[in-house]
Design a protein around this ligand. Structure first.
Ligand code: FES
Ligand SMILES: [Fe+2]
Length: 454
């Protein structure tokens, strides 16, 4: 970062427009994701969602991720393949290829490729040429898997492929998980930041726009940030009438995010260890475009099924529809407007971070550390290093009855209550599934009955 003290002094003066026209630098280390970049290498160490399974028909599908153009297809045996876009013969695009019983055939001269990129056929050549090509040429291919309606890919070195991570929220009985994707016309980091920014919920999603979720979101509440073995948490503890509402947002590095319910929790009714509205990855398409791939979760512990519509999925993602008139975007901005409005890659050098940005500061610092470690040869951690089974996560809501005590400092009560609710969840971290749920819920009810001491 290169902001000089003179520039800082100039921008503190009134009418400082002239002095602020310098162009600030973006954080190159955390924002550039193409092949060979430090952050791109780091992100390639993790499974990433690249498509919604139902969007893949009989034709190959052109996709772009981490600055690479790729072709996803399903052969006639229903095996998934993910290949570099260009054919290794004379660079035709495999998006025009034909899916066959085994693999995909290039449209131009009929070379046939298996899902792992090996050349199966080189038709129309003299004897011996096919074998020679098979020995010396492949098309770039990546491992893929279909999991609950999302296609995931691993774009890293084959020998470093980690186990596929399964989070506890992906295995909640009776929960309906609906895949969706949400486009953002900007760098991944500025989309990711919002998950550890509980303050924006009160302003962007409530006071500034309109009540995009519920009235309680307009309360700023007491914010706290936690670092856990699995990632980062940002909690907002709000008073809503006689209730205290502890809402937890979550980031598992590098880019898996969860939050509380969008519509089921509004702080007015008791809720014990409610779980996340979405289980979502913030996936860089390239340096300037991002696609969030997610499941919206419906059921008793997530959002109500009436939001299981195309529009409902967008409302869960950002409180407003994505495609709407400019005048409406101006009047009722949501996450897309806030993040895209920063420009394709924000000028990080021009940010002025404050205490409510602590979560963002912490995770960016850790991200930078992991990227640098990888450059130095140390592989980044995976949740499977810590947990053999489903990874315990936290995104969700707890709402407890706790009438206001007029003789006490309610801010202090909220802070204690928020900390107590999180402590209960941390204490059950070694348990999983229904056993963990029961332990957490029993302790939350006990906390509700006994209250927190002043
Ligand atoms: S360009 Fe693909 S077979 Fe020739
Ligand atoms: Fe938001």
């Amino acid at each position: 970062m290169t902001v000089t003290n003179a520039q800082r002094a100039e921008q503190a003066r009134p009418y400082s427009g002239y002095h602020q026209t310098w162009i600030g630098q973006s954080d190159v280390e955390l924002t550039r994701v193409g092949p060979g970049t430090p952050c791109g290498e780091y992100l390639r160490r993790y499974w990433q969602p690249v498509a919604i399974t139902a969007d893949l028909g009989e034709q190959p599908k052109l996709i772009r991720i981490l600055g690479e153009d790729l072709v996803l297809f399903r052969d006639r045996q229903a095996r998934l393949g993910l290949l570099h876009r260009r054919c290794p013969h004379r660079r035709a695009s495999m998006e025009y290829g034909v899916c066959e019983t085994r693999g995909i055939r290039c449209c131009y001269h009929g070379w046939l490729f298996d899902v792992d990129g090996r050349v199966l056929e080189v038709p129309g050549q003299p004897a011996g040429i096919e074998e020679k090509i098979q020995q010396n040429v492949t098309i770039g291919a990546y491992p893929v898997r279909d999991y609950k309606g999302l296609v995931f890919a691993y774009l890293g070195p084959p020998e470093k492929q980690p186990p596929f991570p399964v989070y506890d929220t992906l295995e909640i009985p009776d929960q309906i998980m609906v895949p969706y994707k949400a486009p953002f016309g900007c760098n991944w980091l500025q989309v990711l930041d919002a998950i550890l920014d509980p303050l924006h919920t009160a302003f962007l999603h409530s006071r500034i726009s309109r009540e995009q979720f519920s009235e309680g979101f307009g309360e700023i509440g007491e914010m706290k940030f936690y670092e856990r073995p699995s990632g980062y948490l940002g909690t907002a503890t709000r008073r809503v009438g006689d209730h205290v509402w502890v809402r937890t947002n979550e980031l598992v590095l590098p880019n898996f995010t969860q939050a509380g319910a969008a519509f089921a929790a509004d702080g007015t009714k008791a809720r014990y260890f409610g779980r996340t509205a979405f289980s979502r990855w913030v996936v860089p398409v390239d340096d300037h475009e991002t696609l969030c791939y997610a499941w919206a979760n419906f059921g008793d512990r997530a959002d109500p099924p009436e939001y299981n519509t195309p529009e409902g999925l967008e409302l869960i993602e950002q409180g407003e529809l994505f495609d709407r008139p400019y005048a409406e975007k101006q009047r009722f901005p949501a996450d897309a407007e806030a993040t895209e409005g920063m420009g394709p890659i924000t000028e990080h050098e021009k940010e002025n971070l404050v205490p409510s940005d602590r979560g963002i500061v912490s995770y960016r610092k850790r991200l930078r550390g992991l990227i640098r470690q990888l450059q130095a040869g140390q592989e980044p951690p995976h949740v499977s290093d810590i947990w053999a089974g489903p990874v315990p996560t936290y995104g969700g809501d707890t709402v407890l009855s706790s009438p206001i005590d007029p003789t006490a400092d309610d801010g202090a009560t909220l802070r204690r209550m928020g900390a107590a609710v999180m402590k209960i969840q941390f204490a059950a971290e070694d348990k999983s599934g229904a056993v963990r749920d029961q332990a957490v819920i029993a302790d939350l009810k006990k906390l509700e009955a006994e209250g927190v001491s002043q």
